[in-house]
Design a protein. Structure first.
Ligand code: NAD
Length: 465
């Protein structure tokens, strides 16, 4: 879908007008390009004293061939970094000319609120030195794993900092907080790669938790899903089509599922990516068993519950049909499919269940009592099933998209559509690929420690923030 205002705002006249009138000026977001470095510019690494995550961070920076510089406290982390094979270049804080693509700050050593000043000490001198579409990643310890309440408090405080700079740094930059639980240090690579790269273009102000997991994989990071089989529901168009494309790009064989009426589009998508076609309505009574039977032979590594519908009406005007259809497609059928896949042992070890919720499920939305309820239920399902699935070495996570440019949002009346598009830190809607990239991060075999997360793909939408 085209965003005419964004095209205009990026023209010479538009740039002038938006600047002078103080109108939103949505930059064209950088998106992943396999021909460019994963992080296209210098990375500045900083840490608070007693940082515990420098070695795993340094290993990732080395693996992605980052041009890495040491910020403050370099005397502390220089050794840890070089042990991990990364030689850090020196950055002089008085040098205001150098620009950075990413700031990475290890806050894991912060033990109390006084020590939070280390966050200021690192970020304040360099706050103007992040380039367009820059990345800020702060790593800390999961507050619930801290035995000292003062440490838990300080670690929790990091959330407010990240959400504030996500708004403040502007120029389409993003900021995230990654909480690493004790013994999960070896699980950070897939998440750091995602949040430092252009793959997370429309994901900002998110808090992610990484849990311990024994799974260690040896990956070709260009084809992380090679040999894997994925099923994507609602794959004939919109976000589902983008998910199928991205999972296939990453090497998966994708089974594309949609209702029989979408057969032509489904064949087009599956044909393009060398996938298989499964035409059925997920609400049909026999659908869960049919899906399980279809996937049984090779087993399934990834299921993406993407199919979803809206039937918006205020509650007083909503028919039972509208209520039931939305609840059934968006939530109940997902539960039934999961049950059938698990009962038939179809999901392979280190498997993934990935759900598509919505910021409507977080914030609620006028006219969406049915939809908001179904999408909040999806979040509940993720949270409830995480510990149960852990025992089977399967993760479950969800994305919660904000305003994404698809046929679903094209149907929204103009004024509401424009508001939805602009009311976020990027002043624009996201693209289906933005949701798909987040799903590919969850799907990555190296994301075994990423479980029970709800990550919004909404450009830091004001709705539900
Ligand atoms: P879309 O309407 O373009 O695509 C949805 C697909 O699901 C369609 O191909 C449809 O045929 C399929 N589908 C619907 N009912 C089905 C059924 N019973 N069985 C099988 N397939 C069925 O929508 P989209 O914008 O691509 O949305 C995809 C998902 O993202 C949905 O779950 C939606 O709720 C969620 N979402 C979208 C946005 C957005 O801004 N577009 C925002 C938040 C969440």
């Amino acid at each position: 879908m085209s965003d005419r205002y964004q095209l205009f705002a990026n023209s010479p006249v538009g740039r002038l007008l938006t600047r002078n009138l103080g109108l939103p000026a949505p930059l064209v977001l950088e998106r992943f390009d396999a021909n460019k470095p994963l992080v296209n510019g210098a990375v500045l690494l900083g840490a608070a004293p007693n940082a515990e995550l420098i070695a795993p961070i340094a290993r990732v920076l080395k693996n992605i061939h980052a041009e890495a510089y040491a910020g403050n406290q370099d005397f502390i982390h220089q050794t840890a970094a070089s042990d991990a094979g990364l030689s850090l270049r020196k950055h002089n804080v008085d040098d205001k000319e150098s620009k950075f693509k990413a700031f990475v700050f290890d806050a894991s050593g912060i033990k109390n609120s006084e020590e939070l000043v280390e966050v200021y000490n690192f970020f304040h001198p360099i706050a103007r030195q992040l380039v367009n579409c820059g990345r800020v990643v702060v790593l800390g310890r999961t507050p619930e794993s801290c035995t000292d309440p003062k440490q838990a408090t300080a670690q929790r405080a990091l959330e407010g900092f990240v959400r504030a700079v996500a708004k403040e740094f502007k120029k389409a930059s993003t900021a995230q907080l990654i909480y690493v639980a004790p013994n999960a240090e070896n699980q950070v690579e897939s998440s750091l790669r995602f949040f430092l790269s252009a793959k997370s273009a429309y994901v900002s102000a998110q808090v992610v938790r990484i849990s311990p997991n024994d799974t260690q994989v040896n990956l070709d990071w260009n084809k992380p899903l090679a040999g894997k089989t994925a099923l994507v529901t609602g794959a004939s168009r919109g976000i589902g089509e983008a998910i199928a494309d991205v999972l296939a790009r990453d090497g998966a064989h994708v089974i594309c599922l949609d209702i029989p009426a979408q057969e032509a589009d489904l064949n087009r998508v599956a044909g393009r990516i060398g996938g298989s076609v499964l035409g059925l309505d997920i609400t049909a009574a026999d659908a869960p068993q049919k899906i399980a039977d279809f996937c049984k032979v090779k087993g399934l590594d990834i299921i993406v519950h993407n199919a979803g519908v809206t039937r918006d009406k205020t509650l007083a005007n909503m028919t039972p049909q509208q209520w039931n259809l939305v609840m059934n497609i968006n939530l109940s059928s997902e539960e039934r499919i999961n049950d059938a896949l698990l009962a038939n042992n179809v999901i392979n070890s280190n498997g993934r269940i990935i759900c598509v919720s919505s910021i409507s499920g977080i914030a609620g939305n006028l006219g969406q009592a049915n939809y908001g309820m179904s999408k909040a239920g999806v979040i509940g399902m993720v949270q409830a099933m995480t510990p149960l699935l852990k025992a089977q070495n399967i993760t479950i996570n969800a994305v919660a998209p904000g305003f994404i440019e698809t046929q679903m949002t094209a149907a929204i009346p103009f004024a509401i559509r424009e508001a939805g598009r602009r009311m976020n830190s990027m002043s624009q809607g996201g693209q289906p690929v933005d949701v798909a990239e987040a799903i590919a991060w969850y799907a990555n075999p190296a994301s075994a420690g990423v479980m029970g997360n709800i990550v919004r793909v909404c450009g830091q939408s004001l709705i539900g923030a």
